[in-house]
Design a protein around this ligand. Sequence first.
Ligand code: UDP
Length: 471
Amino acid sequence: MKLDLEEQMGGAAAQSHILVFAFPVQGHINPMVQFAKRLVSKGQRVTVVTTFSASKSIPTPNPTSLGSNLKMEFISDGSKQVAGSESIEESIERFRISATKSLINLITKIRNSSDALQCPLKFVVYHSGMPWVLDVARRQGIDGAPFFTTSLAVATIFHHVHEGTLKLPLEGPRAMMPTMPPLELNDLPSFLSDVESYPAFLKLATNQYSNLKKPNCIFFSSFDKLEKEVLKWMESQDWPVKMIGPTLPSVFLDERLEDDKDYGLSLFKPNVETSMKWLDSKKPGSVVYASFGSLADLSIEQTEELAFGLKNSCFDFLWVVRESEQDKLPKNFEQEISGKGLVVSWCQQLQVLAHEAVGCFLTHCGWNSTLEALSLGVPMVVIPHWADQPTNAKFVEDVWKVGVRVNVNKKSGLATKEEIAVCIKEVMDKEKGMKFRMASLNWKKLANEAVEEGGSSDKNIEEFVEKVSLI
Ligand code: UDP
């Protein structure tokens, strides 16, 4: 049954107003906006909040595609007042102080609005990296819950570090944790495998666990069957986990939300026509789609290895190289590959992954990209870069068995062109790649089941909405 975003469900809970507060980065905005749309489809009013730093790059969000019960607010994070440079620690603290003030102002504004009585503001869902929002909200008489944009497995690893049940540096060759595969150092999130690399991000990541005993639920953009064992274990530790994903626009999953065709808030301008026309001219399953997400800052050497790995694999390829990265491409590369390969600065990734011409996804294993490939049944070749990506890569290869991870040369630290080409050939091969395609299609089916009416994620969202209505 298709639902207009604003059409209330029969017998649904009374309308409440819920804030969804995302960090101003693409990989956090996308899943949180999708969660917001699902809440609206269950009859709630939602304001998605992020900070002005994102509004600089977001072209005015299209209100019709968002629906009038889904609003967008940009608040100050103090970045406009910053003169000169700041350390990462300073910017995290400045963000917390300024965003706290802005959030309180927004709450007051909503409470003073003319329809605040019919549709009271009751809840704030905030990115897990801002645990302080819970206290801010509760001091205003509103409840709140964190939203993780990583897998539950990654959150579980940090939980063990926080509880002292995983000691760093590792005491043996592998980290052993209940229900998790043995993890070698390079399978751990990079902030843990190399604690010196980004101390400020490590602090931010571990801070997420500082008050996790307080909220009554903890949201994850993942789904029950994908992380069944880890979920069971975390529940046994009294974590009130609610898997509400995968958080893709409905048209790519259950098709129940009318007009939910894309994420709606892109920080980059996609070359839609160029990419889609090019893909239309290719045979089914013949193209490698390569992208390293919205943040990756690869070295010139790694970009070169990628370029020749793609070229030498002998398959056609569509490669997203963001504008800021394009001067790292080898000289004349685009002319050399003309016809065989296309480089674009951004694309509509979901449309690309869903295109029948795409046979595999060469990815950095950002959590959204990983979930998108799993949900659309596309096998992967993975080159994790940092943060949670190494752990996602481990699961792609050894747990979900939907692809292969490119070995990194121990001396140079690079994923070499030879290794990249070998892995692409393995996954794209009609016979050798069959097992990856079959496993991917199975995950696609399970992802759909989770968000369909009565599916595990659908039920979790419905239960949450009912709880909020009782507040
Ligand atoms: N994305 C996109 N077009 C592109 C590249 C990426 O729309 O050309 C989207 C992708 O679908 C995903 C997000 O950007 O939703 C990237 O998030 P992810 O967690 O994969 O990586 P991050 O950017 O956080 O490293």
